[in-house]
Design a protein around this ligand. Structure first.
Ligand SMILES: [Fe+2]
Ligand SMILES: [Fe+2]
Length: 410
């Protein structure tokens, strides 16, 4: 994305001066233009933040005096636009889950701090695509996204059943954009120390297990039903249908010709969350976003073009920034960020990517449901040719024919 990002100010907090020195040295080496400050206690960190703004805070969890989770809770309240990362050496899952709930990302100790540096750099890069500081702060403030009320109620009913079925819980999660995003964020964080990434929400639920899911859903209340006015609710429901259809079709596209299961899972995930930026905008700016929709549908213009004019960024960029904040990997972030303009996301080693699957699936799903878009969503033939995928388009188009493909959610 753009490289005009200004240098960041980062605050590192840890009661171990050795860890602080090591992390500061690594970060300064990676980003010599950034300002890196350190604090050994939570209170000292808050004082520093009161004196001047910081773009990111990386805090240890177990510290004398104020715990890292308490510090980040206060930071979320006083400085909602600041990126909050927890760097925990604790082995207590419950403490770690609480910390994960108040931070954007959870990192583990003594894992190599290079992962932390890379995460900071990724958010730094993505934040610059949202030029409006108000929008940057609004996205950073979001710690949970709303689910479709009916799906949320079904999840609660299953969790409260005398003998809940983990498989049913996983399937319910896989039907919802917000739940899928949150569960995959957590399962792929250092909280669970998995060796390979999980992209399938049903598998993610199985890894978390019922006890952890109970803590997340009933204890920490990480999910909630959408509460907006009728207009917003109708749009969010339509978005839900569109996202599940795009995810199902993206999975089928990724499987034609036959590819590894992981490729299909990544395509499904990217399809599910590709319009997560719209969910952010409906949650954070419902009145303005309703006006943007009216203008786009009234003038038969593409929604992302009108968003760009009104917010200085479109829903792809908003969603990509949220997923970067939440620690998602670059292929998913790119698929979300560029799904309407894939040529801008081309890299040298492009071939079949989640971006390709989502770009095509999104356009084809809209083609079968013309009322869902304000203007025809084009497929970028030049991009597909560049990626060597243009020959496959007729097959993919045939996959999208008929109701079955649109109902398929994988
Ligand atoms: Fe979109
Ligand atoms: Fe879409």
């Amino acid at each position: 994305m753009t490289d005009d990002a200004r240098p960041w100010r980062v605050l590192l907090v840890d009661d171990d001066p050795m860890v602080l020195r090591l992390m500061a040295r690594l970060l300064r080496k990676a980003q010599p233009s950034w300002t890196v400050e350190t604090a050994e206690r939570g209170a000292q960190a808050l004082e520093a933040m009161g004196r001047m703004p910081f773009d990111a805070v990386v805090s240890d969890l177990d510290m004398p005096g104020m715990r890292g989770s308490t510090l980040l809770e206060v930071v979320a309240e006083r400085h909602p636009g600041t990126l909050r990362l927890i760097h925990s050496g604790s082995v207590q899952l419950e403490h770690n889950l609480e910390a994960a709930a108040v931070s954007h990302q959870f990192h583990g100790k003594p894992a190599a701090p290079q992962g932390l540096v890379a995460a900071l750099e990724r958010v730094h890069r993505l934040r610059s695509t949202l030029r409006d500081p108000r929008l940057q702060a609004l996205v950073a403030r979001i710690d949970r996204l709303p689910s479709i009320p009916q799906v949320y109620e079904r999840l609660l009913a299953e969790m409260r059943a005398p003998e809940p079925s983990l498989r049913n819980v996983g399937r319910i999660i896989a039907e919802d954009v917000a739940m899928t995003a949150k569960v995959l964020q957590l399962v792929n964080s250092a909280l669970f120390g998995l060796r390979s990434r999980v992209a399938d929400p049903v598998q993610a639920a199985a890894v978390l297990g019922l006890n952890t899911l109970r803590t997340l859903v009933l204890g920490l209340e990480l999910f909630s039903g959408f509460r907006g006015d009728d207009v917003a609710r109708r749009h969010v429901e339509r978005l839900w249908h569109h996202s599940t259809a795009a995810a199902g079709l993206a999975r089928r596209i990724a499987s034609t010709p036959r590819r590894e299961r992981a490729v299909a899972d990544e395509a499904f995930l990217a399809g599910m969350v590709h319009d997560v930026g719209k969910l952010v905008l409906w949650s954070a700016l419902p009145t303005e976003y309703a006006e943007v929709h009216e203008a786009a549908f009234g003038d038969r213009r593409l929604l992302h073009d009108v968003e760009q004019e009104c917010f200085g960024a479109h829903h792809g960029q908003v969603g990509a920034y949220l997923l970067a904040l939440w620690g998602f990997e670059t292929p998913t972030i790119d698929a979300v960020g560029w799904h309407h303009r894939p040529e801008a996301g081309i890299t040298a080693d492009d071939g079949f990517t989640p971006l390709a699957a989502v770009h095509v699936a999104d356009a084809l799903v809209h083609r079968h449901d013309p009322g869902s878009c304000s203007a025809e969503v084009p497929i970028d033939a030049g991009y597909l040719a560049h990626a060597g995928l243009d020959g496959q388009l007729p097959v993919w188009e045939s996959l999208s024919q008929g109701e079955d493909a649109l109902r398929e959610t994988g």
